[in-house]
Design a protein around this ligand. Structure first.
Ligand SMILES: Cc1cc2nc3c(=O)[nH]c(=O)nc-3n(C[C@H](O)[C@H](O)[C@H](O)COP(=O)(O)O)c2cc1C
Length: 184
């Protein structure tokens, strides 16, 4: 069974993107083993502390290595990638030993797909920024830039988060494409 690691680009307790990751896990159901990366304690990337890797970085790398694929669910911050997620990806983009450029990173060659629960832009900016970054990290981006969702305005005002049938269908289609890529 495909092992999928969810990475949520928000630390917010009631994060819409965490809720979307749960929705995706429900869609995947029994067809995948889904886990979520907890990286709240990750330090800021700083080359002074890069080797040996801090424990939180080693844990994040081990979780990535144990997964067949990575599914990123992220908000859009100022039309781009939230800082916490960019910090994580910067850590994961690095070689495991100093100057070991041939050894690669844990992300290199790994299959990845991206969804964004955002405002009116439906995450267009963050999806485009991430596509460029993940391809730069030599990951295999499945499903193009991914699926962007405009969160229902009531949810922003404290009401319930609701996915429209079209949004759920888009996530379902993305899940099928990702499973096919992981199983193929
Ligand atoms: C610093 C900051 C910048 C934001 N910029 C954008 C943006 O460019 N586009 C957008 O759709 N929403 C933007 N938002 C609103 C987020 O989409 C909204 O806060 C969303 O709930 C965050 O996702 P989460 O619920 O998973 O934390 C921004 C929010 C913050 C805090």
């Amino acid at each position: 069974m495909a092992r999928i690691l969810m990475i949520v680009g928000s630390m917010r307790k009631d994060s819409f993107n965490r809720r979307m990751a749960q929705e995706i896990a429900d869609i995947l159901g029994e067809r995948a083993e889904v886990s979520a990366l907890d990286y709240a304690a990750l330090p800021y990337m700083n080359q002074d502390i890069e080797f040996p890797a801090p424990a939180e970085v080693a844990q994040a790398r081990a979780a990535v290595q144990a997964a067949d694929g990575i599914w990123i669910c992220t908000p859009e911050y100022n039309f781009s990638i939230p800082g916490v997620l960019k910090n994580l990806l910067d850590w994961l983009s690095r070689p495991l030993k100093p100057n070991d450029w041939d050894g690669g990173s844990v992300m290199q060659g790994k299959r990845v797909t991206v969804s964004s629960a955002a405002g009116k832009s439906a995450g267009r900016g963050v999806l485009a920024s991430l596509a460029k970054l993940l391809e730069g990290m030599q990951m295999q981006l499945i499903g193009g830039p991914g699926v962007g969702i405009s969160v229902n305005p009531e949810a922003f005002a404290g009401g319930a988060l609701r996915f429209t049938p079209e949004q759920t269908e888009a996530l379902r289609t993305q899940a099928e494409a990702f499973l096919a890529a992981l199983e193929g």
